[in-house]
Design a protein around this ligand. Structure first.
Ligand code: PLP
Length: 389
C-alpha cells in the first residue's frame, strides 16, 4: 500500500513578507533603564563570523571572559561565567542553584525586582519570607540583621541597585551577618555592575548575577553569573539535582571549566561582544569608571534642579546609574516619554509598580554615561516639558 507523504509545496504563502526591505533600525539614544547603547567597538566585535563553541579559539575567549568578569566583580570565584540569556535568566540561575526545595529564603523587597526574586524563589520550592522598605529607600544593616535572626533563612536575596526606584543598597557588613547565621547571600547586581563600586569577595557575597546591556555596554542576551565557595559546597551536597537543566551550574561548570564538556550551543557572537565590553572596562579601569558614572550623575542631578525637577531618592542612597525623576503634578509622564522618543530620538523609562506614572527613569550607564548625553537630554526635556506643563 502506498504511504501518504506530505506535499513538498508550502501551504502558508509568504505573500507580502517577500517585499520586506533589509533590516533598518532607528538610531536612538538609550537613556532609560536598559538596554543602554552598546559601545560601537562592542558591536564591531559581535560582527565577526561565529566559530564553534568547542573551538580552541572560542574556549580561550571564554577563559578571558571569566578573568575579566572576576576583575569587574572583584572576586576570585572560580565558578564565574556568562549565562546565555538576559539578566532574568541569570537571576533564575542564581536562585535555582542556591535553593533546595523547602529551603527558607528571605527576600528584601524595596522595588519591582525584589518581587521578581520572590516569585522565582517560590517556583524553586522555597519557603519565602519577605521584609520591606518603601520604594525609594534602602534597608539598614540593623534591619537586615534582625530579620536574619528572626527568620533564620538558608538564603537571603537582595537587590544592590533597584532599577525600579534608583536606590543603591549598601552591602558592607551584610555578608558577615549572613555567615553568622549560616545563610547564603544572593545579590542582584544587574544595574550596578560596571557603574557602581562592587567588592564581591570583600563583602562576602555568595552568589551574584548581572546583565550585559546596562553598565557593561554590551548587547542584551548574555549575563554574568558567579558562585562563591560556600554556594559551591551546597551545590555539591544537594539532595536533588537543580530543577532547571539549562541553568544548572553543576553541568555548566564542566563546560566553562577544564573538562570542556558540551552543554549547549553558546551564543558565540554575544560572547565576543561581552569580551570586548569587559576588555574596554578593564582598559578604563574600575575606579575611573565608577568616578565617571558618579560625576555624570551628579552633573545630571544639578541640571534637573535647574529645570525645577526633583529626584525621588535621597542623595545618600541615589544610584549613579539610574535616576528616578518625579513627574510634576498635572504632567502626563507617558506623553513626555513618547515625545522624547519620537521628536528627539531619546528613550527614557516610565515608573514601574508603585511608582508607575509618578517618576521617569533615566539611565546613564556604561558607554552612555557622559556629559554630552546629559546636556542633550536636559535640553530635550526642557523643550518637551514646556509643552506639557
Ligand atoms: C535589578 C534588575 N534585576 C533583574 C532584571 C532582569 O534583567 P533582564 O531584563 O535583562 O532579563 C532587571 C532588568 O532591568 C533589573 O533591573
Amino acid at each position: 500500500m502506498a504511504t501518504t507523504v506530505s506535499s513538498s509545496t508550502p501551504i502558508i504563502n509568504p505573500g507580502s513578507l517577500q517585499r520586506l526591505e533589509p533590516l533598518q533600525v532607528p538610531q536612538r539614544c538609550l537613556l532609560g533603564p536598559g538596554p543602554s547603547n552598546a559601545d560601537p567597538r562592542v558591536i564591531a566585535a559581535m560582527n565577526h563570523q561565529p566559530i564553534g563553541h568547542l573551538d580552541p579559539a572560542y574556549l580561550a575567549i571564554m577563559d578571558e571572559v571569566q578573568g575579566l568578569l572576576r576583575y569587574t566583580w572583584q572576586t576570585e570565584n572560580p565558578l564565574t561565567y556568562a549565562v546565555a540569556g538576559t539578566g532574568s535568566a541569570a537571576m533564575e540561575a542564581t536562585l535555582a542553584n542556591a535553593i533546595e526545595p523547602g529551603d527558607r529564603v528571605l527576600v528584601a523587597v524595596n522595588g519591582y525586582f525584589g518581587h521578581r526574586l520572590v516569585d522565582m524563589a517560590r517556583r524553586y520550592g522555597a519557603d519565602v519570607s519577605t521584609i520591606h522598605r518603601p520604594w525609594g529607600e534602602a534597608f539598614s544593616l540593623d534591619q537586615l540583621t534582625t530579620a536574619l535572626e528572626q527568620y533564620q533563612p538558608a538564603v537571603l536575596a537582595i537587590v544592590h541597585a533597584e532599577t525600579s526606584t534608583g536606590v543603591c543598597q549598601p552591602l558592607a557588613g551584610l555578608g558577615a551577618a549572613c555567615r553568622a547565621q549560616d545563610c547564603l547571600l544572593v545579590v542582584d547586581t544587574v544595574t550596578s555592575l560596571g557603574g557602581v563600586p562592587i567588592f564581591l569577595d570583600e563583602w562576602q557575597v555568595d552568589l551574584a548575577y548581572s546583565c550585559g546591556q546596562k553598565g557593561l555596554s554590551c548587547a542584551p542576551g548574555i549575563s554574568p553569573f558567579t558562585m562563591g565557595p560556600r554556594a559551591v559546597a551546597k551545590l555539591e551536597q544537594r539532595r536533588q539535582p537543580v530543577a532547571n537543566w539549562y541553568l544548572d551550574a553543576a553541568l555548566l561548570r564542566k563546560y566553562w571549566g577544564p573538562e570542556r564538556v558540551y552543554h549547549h550551543t553558546a551564543p558565540v557572537n554575544l560572547t565576543y561582544a561581552l569580551r570586548e565590553a569587559l576588555r574596554l572596562l578593564a582598559v578604563e579601569g574600575l575606579e575611573a569608571r565608577w568616578q565617571r558614572h558618579q560625576q555624570t550623575a551628579e552633573y545630571f542631578w544639578a541640571g534637573l534642579a535647574d529645570l525645577g525637577l526633583t529626584c525621588h531618592v535621597a542623595q545618600e542612597w541615589r544610584l549613579p546609574t539610574l535616576t528616578t525623576v518625579r513627574v510634576p503634578d498635572g504632567v502626563d509622564a507617558k506623553a513626555v516619554g513618547r515625545q522624547l522618543l519620537m521628536d528627539h530620538n531619546i528613550e527614557i523609562g516610565g515608573g514601574l509598580g508603585d511608582l508607575a506614572g509618578k517618576v521617569w527613569r533615566v539611565g546613564l550607564m556604561g558607554y552612555n554615561s557622559h556629559r554630552a548625553n546629559v546636556d542633550t537630554l536636559l535640553q530635550a526635556m526642557a523643550e518637551v516639558l514646556a509643552q506639557h506643563r
